[in-house]
Design a protein around this ligand. Structure first.
Ligand code: ARG
Length: 557
């Protein structure tokens, strides 16, 4: 309710404060006898040199709207009682009318680019990449719901010195047949071996640098090996994306920019931004280390490729906003990148945002690929699905499409576990916890949705015109949540924070379950159709919230 009430207050105040400024000031009165919403007039009083109480009275006199039941000016506060009847009717009718469009913004023509997932070729898809994939996908769905046209880009790590290492390792120890049978696992094995051996044999790194240089210069044999590594890896990644239900508009990764870097390096030089430092070229930056553009041997770097990518995307998509969904450990890289673009004179560097996230921990420890100590995402998903299957066998033997539902629940559990806390938090990975049907989990929200679906079926719900009366004290918290959904959709985009949607879905599920525990829905009284329509609204919004997160909502489980 805060958003529409803030707008009304803003008008009553002749826009002395904007609606969003007011929204930040709005409180919930300490005692519910005082009202549902309180607006304190103290800061405004200072600004206008008036007493808080006189402002409060003035505003209270002007506020009138269907959604407001009563307004009082008390000790410098505007205390507002909302009209529950009015809000109930308006919110539920809006959901019934708009269904999965409820909370959607009108489509604008603007683009939003989301750079996410972006695994490294020839390495396993790590849990860190899972985080990027899941967060990026949710942000993409949320941006679409906010009316943007979204470009989903997988900026594959398919270029860089590691391919020099891999080519050297392959020539030394590669087993073609083994790689064909199980590409990523085998390539990882020789990659790890490379690092082990290079610890004592310095010449190996030298060779790798030379080998990458050859690759960048288009050496055919190296290119053929690279392409083989890339194709084989992509095939393995595709299976994971399919399981997660994720798609991309572009797989233009680092290699894609290989022929686009000279232009950027040239532009940097022209603009006088390139400085030589021990044979390498860098852009000097204030308050942070310089950004390395080319190495002594002329080879380009990760940052150079990201620069070229930013220029290319600007031309191609002219996005209103670009999100880079990448772990927090790369925050310096993105600060440098955006700074360099700003120094080149491009004010659109302001529209670029690093959407950082914390680490995935296992038993409180970091998971790393370098040493081969890696938890494979594919294994984790398989285990989650297996657990879901066992749960179904226990609880709902007769369920149709067990396989499909187990997949939806297992995958949903993993995704929800990732998204339910703010992305900057590290998350600990406990399969048991994330699968708990009664915890703060994906399966809990899915289960609530499925329960409502079966309720609607048993009650033979069909849509028909209806007028809502008060649905009782346990329904009111549910209605308030439904009312908030559109503003949560908006905020989760503005703050690039899918956890707001996840938390919302938990609250909504919990509030509805409480209502349901206190209400007999399936009795043939005069309110039955009203109660079923209400339940239908909750199911529709739960389903859409899960969809935004990238989670399916089966009708039975
Ligand atoms: N491949 C990189 C990694 O795994 C992430 C790339 C992120 N995107 C970007 N435009 N730099 O660390």
């Amino acid at each position: 309710m805060n958003q529409p009430i803030a707008a009304l207050l803003s008008t009553a105040l002749n826009h002395e404060l904007t609606a969003s400024e007011i929204e930040k000031l709005i409180e919930k009165p300490k005692m519910s006898e005082l009202g549902d919403i309180a607006f304190p007039c103290f800061t405004l009083a200072k600004k206008l040199r008036k007493s808080p109480q006189s402002i409060a009275s003035e505003v209270a006199g002007k506020l009138s709207d269907g959604m407001i039941q009563e307004v009082n000016a008390v000790s410098g506060y505007v205390n507002i009682f909302v009209n529950q009847q009015w809000v109930t009717e308006n919110v539920l009718q809006a959901v019934l009318r708009e269904k999965e469009q409820y909370g959607s913004m009108k489509p604008a023509k603007e683009n939003v680019v989301i750079d996410y997932s972006s695994p490294n070729i020839a390495k396993p898809f790590s849990m860190g990449h899972l985080r990027s994939t899941v967060i990026g996908n949710a942000l993409a769905n949320i941006a679409e719901k906010n009316g943007y046209h979204v470009v989903r880009i997988n900026h594959l790590g398919d270029w860089g010195t590691q391919f020099g290492k891999l080519i050297v390792a392959y020539k030394l120890w590669g087993d073609k047949a083994a790689i064909e049978a199980s590409p990523i696992q085998e390539l990882l094995k020789i990659y790890v071996k490379f690092h082990d051996v290079a610890e004592t044999d310095e010449s190996l790194n030298e060779q790798a640098r030379a080998s990458f240089k050859a690759l960048e210069e288009g050496d055919e044999e190296s290119l053929a090996l690279w392409k083989w590594f890339r194709d084989a890896s992509l095939q393995e990644f595709a299976a994971i994306y399919e399981l997660l239900g994720i798609h991309f508009d572009s797989f233009a990764g680092e290699a894609f920019y290989n022929d686009k870097m000279d232009a950027v390096v040239g532009e940097l030089k022209e603009k006088g931004l390139l400085a030589q430092s021990e044979g390498a070229f860098v852009v000097e930056l204030e308050d942070m280390p310089p950004c390395l553009i080319t190495k002594t041997d002329g080879a380009t770097l990760y940052a150079t490729r990201d620069l070229a990518a930013a220029m290319y995307r600007k031309k191609q998509y002219d996005a209103k906003k670009t999100f880079y969904v990448v772990g927090n450990e790369q925050s310096l890289h993105f600060k440098q990148l955006f700074k360099v673009i700003g120094k080149m004179g491009y004010d659109w560097s302001r529209d670029l945002q690093h959407v950082a996230f914390g680490m995935m921990l296992k038993d409180g420890k970091k998971m790393s690929t370098r040493k081969g100590k890696v938890v494979l995402l594919a294994d984790v998903l398989a285990e989650a699905i297996e657990t879901a299957k066992r749960n179904i066998e226990e609880k709902n033997q007769a369920l149709e499409q067990k396989e499909l539902v187990a997949k939806q629940v297992g995958v949903g559990a993993v995704i929800f576990n990732d998204l339910k806390n703010h992305r900057m938090n590290d998350i600990d990975f406990s399969l048991e916890q994330m699968m708990n049907f009664e915890g703060e989990t994906g399966p809990y929200v899915q289960y609530t949705h499925a329960r409502i679906s079966s309720l609607l079926e048993k009650g033979q719900f069909t849509e028909q015109a209806i007028e809502f009366e008060a649905l009782g004290e346990y329904a009111w918290p549910v209605i308030q949540l439904l009312e908030q959904f559109p503003s949560i959709v908006q905020k989760s985009f503005e703050q690039a924070d899918p956890s707001q949607i996840a938390k919302f879905s938990l609250q909504l599920a919990r509030a509805f379950n409480k209502y349901y525990a206190h209400t007999k829905v399936l009795v043939d009284d005069e309110w039955k159709q009203m109660k079923l329509s209400f339940a239908y609204c909750v199911a529709a919004v739960l389903k859409d919230a899960l969809r935004l997160l990238g989670i399916s909502a089966p009708n039975q489980m």
